[in-house]
Design a protein around this ligand. Structure first.
Ligand SMILES: Nc1ncnc2c1ncn2[C@@H]1O[C@H](COP(=O)(O)OP(=O)(O)OP(=O)(O)O)[C@@H](O)[C@H]1O
Length: 804
C-alpha cells in the first residue's frame, strides 16, 4: 500500500457515493410520495372530486391522463376510483359509454405503483374481457394512460400466436385477456404464474359470468389466489349472489351512480322503433342506408350468417357508401382490420353480430340499427350504447320490430328506456327485391349464403327463451325467404322434426316410446340451434359444441342419422315390416303361437322330410328347360356311390376321401383348361404375326416377289440428259435414255433408290391424296429452312436441269 493509497480509497468512496446518490434520492422521494398517497386514500370523498388531480394519484398517472385530455372524471370514475384505492371489492354499474374502463385502469396503475411492482414480480393485475376486440381496446387505453409507468402489459387473446405469447408470459405485470385464452395459458404454459395477483377485473362482468363462460370462468377463478381485490364492471351489472359467491365476494361495495337516473341509457341517445312486415324488412334497411350515406351506421343482426349474407348482398347492390362486416367466424386478423377501419372511417356502414354489442368504443357512431329484435333488454342496452358515448357523445338508435315482436317495447319501457314509435311511409321504401332475385339467380354462392342466412335466423328465433316475442309459429318464413331473394324457401330440418313429432304424438298417443322420442327431439332442437350463437366468443361456441355433442346420442335413439323426422316415421314402419318374415320363420312364429319351442335342428328335419333341396341354384334356358351344371356332376365312382348311399348325417372321413378323389378329376379338368387357353393364345399370336407381316408389305420395303410398277420414276433423259454407258455412276440414278422399265440400268438404279411409299400405297389401292399432306409438309419444312436466295438458286437449278 503506498502513501497515496488511503487518498485513493477516499476518492473512490467519494465517486461511488456520487454515483449512487441520485438513485437513492429518487427512491426516497418515491417512497415518500407513496406514503403520502396511501395516507390520502381514506380521505377521498367522491362528491368533492372535481378533477383527476383531486384524487391522490401518482404523477405518472396524472400526466398520462392529462396527455389524453382526461381532466374531469365521470361519475363512475369519481365513485369507483376512491373505493378501489381503499382496497375494496367493487360491483360497478354505470350507463354505456360512461367511462368504466378508466374507472378500473387508474386503480390498477396506482395499486401496483404503490406496491413498487417490478417486472420480476410477475402478474399483478388481471383484466378479463368477454371479447377479443374489447380486450384490445382496454389494452390500448392502458398503453395510452399508463405509458409513463414501468410496468409491462400483455394482451392475451385467441387467434394470436400462442408461442409468442407463451415466451413473454413471465414478464407481464398487467394482463388483459379473454377467458378461453387465459385458461389455455393457465393449463399449458409453465411460465404462467399468477400467484402474486393483487387485483382482478371483470369487464362486462355479467357476460363473463353467464352460462356461456361458466365452466371456463370457474376454472380460472380456482387458479387465482383468494386474497386479491376484485372489481366487476358492466352497464347491466349482475347482483346474483351465486355469481358473487363464485368470485369469493362477500361484501362488495356497490357503485351505481346512475341507479336513480330517469333512464338506464345515455341521455344523449335518441331511441325509436318501427314495426314492419317481414318482407319489408330488407327494403327498409336498404332505404335507410340510401338516405344516410354520409353517416356512420352500425347494424346489428342476430347471426353471423345473416351478417355475412347482408354484407355480400349490399356490396353487390352498391348503396354508395363503404360497407363492413364484423362477426365471430371471421379470421382474427380480418376482425382486427375491420374493427380499426370502422373506428377510423366517418361514412361507413358496419353489419355486426352481438360480438360488437358490448364495450366497444367506436368513435362518433351516428346510428345504431337493431335490425333483428335483441334477445333481451340488456342486449338492447349494450347494442344501443355503441352510440352517444362519452361526455359529449350524441347518437340515435333505431329498433326494427316485426308485428308480433312489438310487445318487446313494453319490456324496454318497464326498464326505464325511453323509446318512441315512428312510422315509415311504405311508398318511401325502395325495395331492391327484383335486383336481389336476379343477383341470386346469377350467383350460386350468394344464393347459398342467403339460404344459410335464412336457416340461421329461423333457428336463432326458435332458440330464444322469450317465446312471447320470439314465436316461430308467427314467423312467416316463406315471406322472409322471399325478402332475402329466395323464391323457394330452404328446408328447415328442425322445424320438420318438430312438426312430424307432433303428428306422431297425435297418432300414437298411448305409445310411451314415442312420448320419450318427442321429449328428446325437443332437447335436440335446443342443441341443433346453437349455431346462431356462433356470433359470440369462441368459448361460448365451445360450450355449445360440447352441448351438441352430448345431445347427439339422444337423437340417435329415434333416428339413424338424426337428419329429419321423416326417418322417425320410417323407423316406426320398419318395425311393422320386420313382423313380415320369411317362410321358415313364419312357421317359427306360428309354432311360437302354439307354444312349441322350435329349434334349428327341428326346422332342418322338416326341410329334409319335405325333400326340399336347400342352397341349390338351377339355371334355365329361354324355353324354361333346366340346365345341368356340368361342374357339379361328380366324376369319381366313389363320389357317385357316396351320393347314392344318401344316409342321414355326414361321414366325415368318407367325405374327405370323396373330395380327394374328386380333386384328381378337378386337376385334370384344370390342366385341360390351361392347355386350351395356351392354344388359344398361340393362335392369336400367330394371327397377329400374319397381320403384321402383311402390314410390312404394304408400308415397309418391297418384296422381291412383288410385281413392281416403276412407271412413276422420272424420265432420266429429261432430268439428267443423255450420257455414256461408261459414265454410269452407281451411286446416282442412271442417265440412260433407255426408258424401258426392264432395262439393266434401271434395275441397278432400282437397287439404290428406295421408292417412296406413296407409289406402293397407290398400287395397293390407297389414294395418294391421303399421304399428300406429308409431302407438302416436307417441302414446306425444306423451304422454310432455306433463305430466299437459296430457294431461288435451287429453283433455277431445277429449271435448268429441266430445260436440258
Ligand atoms: N373522464 C373522462 N373524460 C373524457 N372522456 C372520457 C372520460 N372517461 C372516459 N371517457 C371516454 O368515454 C368513452 C367511453 O368510455 P368507456 O369505453 O370506458 O365506457 P364504458 O362505460 O366502459 O362503456 P360500455 O358500458 O359500453 O363498455 C371513451 O371514448 C373514453 O375515452
Amino acid at each position: 500500500m503506498t502513501k497515496d493509497e488511503p487518498h485513493k480509497k477516499k476518492n473512490e468512496k467519494k465517486k461511488k457515493h456520487k454515483l449512487f446518490t441520485p438513485r437513492k434520492k429518487k427512491s426516497v422521494e418515491e417512497d415518500a410520495a407513496i406514503q403520502y398517497l396511501k395516507a390520502q386514500y381514506d380521505k377521498i370523498v367522491s362528491d368533492e372530486i372535481k378533477t383527476f388531480k383531486d384524487f391522490p394519484l401518482s404523477q405518472k398517472t396524472l400526466k398520462g391522463l392529462k396527455e389524453n385530455n382526461y381532466i374531469v372524471p365521470t361519475d363512475i370514475q369519481k365513485q369507483a376510483i376512491g373505493y378501489a384505492l381503499q382496497g375494496k371489492d367493487i360491483l360497478g354499474a354505470a350507463k354505456t359509454g360512461s367511462g368504466k374502463t378508466l374507472a378500473f385502469l387508474i386503480p390498477i396503475l396506482e395499486i401496483l405503483f404503490c406496491k413498487k411492482w417490478t417486472r420480476l414480480d410477475g402478474v399483478g393485475a388481471l383484466v378479463i374481457s368477454p371479447t377479443r376486440e374489447l380486450a384490445y381496446q382496454i389494452y390500448e387505453t392502458l398503453r395510452k394512460v399508463g405509458h409513463l409507468h414501468d410496468f409491462s402489459a400483455g394482451l392475451i387473446i385467441g387467434g394470436q400466436n400462442l408461442k409468442f405469447e407463451r415466451k413473454r408470459m413471465d414478464q407481464i405485470n398487467i394482463l388483459i385477456s379473454t377467458p378461453g385464452r387465459l385458461l389455455q395459458h393457465m393449463d399449458e404454459n409453465p411460465l404462467f404464474d399468477c400467484s402474486q395477483l393483487q387485483i382482478l377485473i371483470l369487464d362486462e362482468a355479467d357476460r363473463c359470468l353467464d352460462l356461456g363462460f361458466e365452466t371456463t370462468m370457474n376454472a380460472i377463478i380456482e387458479n387465482l389466489p383468494p386474497n386479491r381485490q376484485t372489481l366487476l364492471f358492466s352497464a347491466t351489472q349482475t347482483k346474483s349472489v351465486k355469481d358473487l359467491a363464485r368470485l369469493s365476494l362477500s361484501f362488495p361495495t356497490y357503485v351505481a351512480p346512475h341507479e336513480q337516473a330517469a333512464t338506464v341509457t345515455p341521455e344523449a341517445l335518441q331511441q325509436s322503433y318501427i314495426v314492419c312486415e317481414i318482407d319489408n324488412k330488407l327494403g327498409t334497411l336498404w332505404s335507410f342506408i340510401r338516405n344516410h350515406l354520409k353517416q356512420k351506421v352500425l347494424v346489428f343482426m342476430a347471426t353471423c350468417k345473416q351478417v355475412k349474407y347482408m354484407y355480400e348482398l349490399f356490396c353487390k347492390l352498391r348503396p354508395g357508401v363503404s360497407l363492413l362486416a364484423l362477426y365471430g367466424t371471421l379470421h382474427q386478423e380480418k376482425r382486427e382490420r375491420i374493427y380499426q377501419e370502422f373506428c377510423r372511417k366517418s361514412n361507413v356502414i358496419l353489419f355486426a353480430t352481438d360480438l360488437a354489442s358490448r364495450g366497444l368504443d367506436f368513435p362518433k357512431v351516428n346510428w345504431v340499427i337493431q335490425y333483428d329484435c335483441p334477445e333481451n333488454v340488456d342486449t338492447y342496452i349494450h347494442r344501443a350504447g355503441r352510440t352517444a358515448r362519452g361526455v359529449l357523445g350524441k347518437g340515435e338508435g333505431l329498433l326494427i320490430l316485426l308485428q308480433h315482436e312489438e310487445s318487446f317495447v313494453e319490456e324496454l319501457k318497464k326498464s326505464k328506456i325511453p323509446i318512441n314509435k315512428i312510422s315509415v311511409d311504405p311508398s318511401k321504401i325502395m325495395s331492391p327485391q327484383r335486383k336481389i332475385e336476379s343477383l341470386l339467380s346469377d350467383n350460386t354462392d350468394l344464393k347459398q349464403s342467403a339460404q344459410r342466412a335464412f336457416v340461421s335466423y329461423v333457428k336463432s328465433v326458435s332458440l330464444m327463451k322469450n317465446k312471447d316475442i320470439f314465436n316461430i309459429q308467427l314467423l312467416d318464413t316463406d315471406a322472409y325467404a322471399r325478402s332475402l331473394g329466395l323464391i323457394i324457401p330452404p328446408r328447415i330440418k328442425f322445424m320438420y322434426k318438430k312438426m312430424n313429432i307432433n303428428k306422431v304424438s297425435e297418432k300414437v298417443t298411448t305409445d310411451d316410446t314415442i312420448k320419450k322420442l318427442k321429449s328428446k327431439a325437443g332437447d335436440d332442437e335446443g342443441s341443433d340451434l346453437s349455431e346462431s350463437e356462433t356470433d359470440n366468443t369462441p368459448i361460448l361456441q365451445q360450450t355449445k359444441k360440447v352441448k351438441e355433442k352430448k345431445d347427439i346420442p339422444k337423437f340417435d335413439f329415434h333416428s339413424d342419422n338424426g337428419d329429419s323426422d321423416e326417418d322417425v316415421f320410417i323407423k316406426v314402419k320398419k318395425k311393422n315390416v320386420e313382423v313380415d318374415m320369411t317362410a321358415p320363420e313364419e312357421e317359427y312364429t306360428q309354432s311360437k303361437k302354439k307354444g312349441k319351442p322350435l329349434t334349428k335342428a327341428a326346422i332342418a328335419k322338416k326341410i329334409l322330410k319335405k325333400k326340399i333341396k336347400v342352397n341349390t341354384t338351377v339355371k334355365f334356358t329361354e324355353d324354361g328347360e333346366a340346365i345341368d351344371d356340368d361342374k357339379k356332376d361328380v366324376k369319381s365312382e366313389l363320389a357317385k356311390q357316396f351320393i347314392n348311399e344318401n344316409v342321414g348325417g355326414i361321414d366325415i372321413e368318407k367325405a374327405k376321401e370323396v373330395l380327394r378323389e374328386e380333386d384328381k378329376f378337378d386337376k385334370i379338368r384344370f390342366r385341360e383348361k390351361v392347355k386350351a387357353k395356351h392354344k388359344e393364345q398361340k393362335r392369336k399370336l400367330k394371327n397377329k404375326k400374319k397381320e403384321d407381316d402383311g402390314e410390312k408389305d404394304d408400308f415397309g420395303s418391297q418384296s422381291d416377289s412383288d410385281d413392281v410398277d416403276l412407271s412413276w420414276l422420272p424420265d432420266p433423259d429429261r432430268v439428267y440428259g443423255e450420257k455414256d454407258d461408261s459414265d454410269v455412276d452407281l451411286t446416282k440414278p442412271s442417265n440412260d435414255n433407255n426408258t424401258g422399265s426392264g432395262s439393266e440400268d434401271t434395275e441397278i438404279y432400282e437397287k439404290y433408290h428406295r421408292p417412296p411409299k406413296r407409289k406402293l400405297l397407290e398400287n395397293k389401292g390407297i389414294p395418294q391424296e391421303s399421304i399428300a399432306p406429308r409431302k407438302v409438309k416436307k417441302i414446306e419444312e425444306v423451304s422454310a429452312s432455306l433463305s430466299v436466295q437459296e430457294a431461288e438458286a435451287l429453283a433455277m437449278q431445277l429449271l435448268k436441269s429441266k430445260r436440258k
